[in-house]
Ligand binder design. Structure first.
Ligand code: FAD
Length: 316
């Protein structure tokens, strides 16, 4: 309920004006977003790399409904790849994108999106970067997996995201746990239909653990994306039990969330990758994060009251 209110208020033009123009608030938003353009995102990535973290950068540039908008996303990701390579971020950085950004819902549909995916992955590979495909709502899962399978024929390193909240995911994990296959496991941010998904948090956690065990026991490269301390501990234990050393799997978290844990785990030798959203629609991402976790609003309140953010009780 509070989340819905935050989402509605946050999207009002006046809220956007306040958040983007108040100096203290700008600092707080920068905690969760990598900036409004590629050069800022690369600077954010470099600073995270200096702290022993890895990054995956994700463009936020609004909905894609036309082929021209999808082509523009390809150009933007190509520019990002070039900038990351010039900054020497190659091995530490990668790109995360969604199939709808490449035109899944534009004229040309799936086939056009697959062609563009080939283009982005090829350009990223030239720059020494991997790409991982994010997963959208349930109705897109089959088409996304088919697109990844098609692109993997030329680019086997292309990663994909699977959502533990879907019942099909354990089977998808088995299918994708082969050598060289990069698979990111998440709880899933989209509600699933009752017959095909899990709704209760305990059920989703149990499904996550089952999927995690399959990936850790397999031959692929598991990317465990969660901020849930119990699931992070389980990942560390299962990796140990499967005999996986640090470069044979990784943890992933969002920029600004559990920052201390990110740094502490990296200092302990765990490979930790931070998901860095950036781009002209960074504000939409920021509001979604606030609505998802209204406790984060405490940070905004402190910033508005001109207190030192570092002294604020951290919500995350
Ligand atoms: P939760 O139980 O939601 O959170 C555990 C704890 O983490 C919370 O108690 C809180 O302390 C902290 N926390 C979690 N989220 C936040 C937040 N936003 N702000 C502050 N604290 C927070 N979902 C998809 O459906 N498709 C994708 O492609 C996808 N890609 C992702 C990539 C990465 C790198 C990450 C980290 C997540 C991704 N997600 C994706 C989102 C994911 O599905 C979950 O919705 C999200 O990670 C929250 O679940 P959790 O595992 O952190 O557990």
């Amino acid at each position: 309920m509070l989340g819905r209110v935050v989402s509605r208020v946050g999207r009002a033009p006046v809220a956007r004006r306040v958040v983007t123009s108040t100096p203290g608030l700008r600092e707080t938003t920068r905690r969760f977003v990598g900036g409004a353009d590629a050069p800022s995102a690369v600077i954010t990535a470099e600073s995270l790399h200096e702290q022993g973290l890895r990054t995956t950068l994700h463009l936020r540039a609004g909905e894609v409904r036309t082929a021209a908008e999808a082509d523009e996303h390809v150009r933007a990701y190509a520019e990002l790849a070039t900038r990351l390579a010039s900054a020497g971020c190659g091995p530490a950085s990668e790109i995360s994108l969604r199939l709808d950004q490449l035109g899944l819902h534009a004229p040309g549909g799936w086939a056009g999106a697959v062609d563009r995916l080939h283009d982005v992955v090829a350009r990223a590979a030239d720059c020494g970067l991997f790409v991982t495909v994010d997963m959208g709502p349930e109705e897109e899962v089959g088409r996304t997996l088919a697109a990844v399978a098609a692109a993997r024929e030329a680019h086997p390193s292309l990663g994909v995201t699977l959502q533990a909240a879907l019942r099909r995911t354990a089977d998808d994990c088995r299918m994708l746990a082969h050598g060289g296959s990069r698979v990111r496991l998440v709880k899933g941010e989209h509600p699933a239909a009752p017959g095909t998904g899990f709704a209760e948090p305990d059920e989703i956690d149990a499904a996550f653990l089952r999927c995690l065990a399959i990936l850790m026991d397999g031959q692929g490269y598991p990317m465990v994306a969660t901020h849930d301390p119990r699931l992070m501990d389980a990942a560390l234990r299962l990796a140990r039990e499967a005999g996986r050393k640090s470069p044979e799997w990784e943890l992933q978290m969002l920029l600004g969330v559990r920052r201390e844990d990110q740094r502490a785990l990296a200092a302990d030798g765990v490979r930790v990758r931070v998901y860095v959203p950036y781009g002209p629609d960074w504000y939409g991402w920021f509001v979604t994060r606030m609505a998802e976790r209204p406790a984060n609003l405490r940070l905004l309140a402190h910033a508005l009251l001109s207190r030192d953010e570092l002294r604020a009780t951290e919500a995350v």
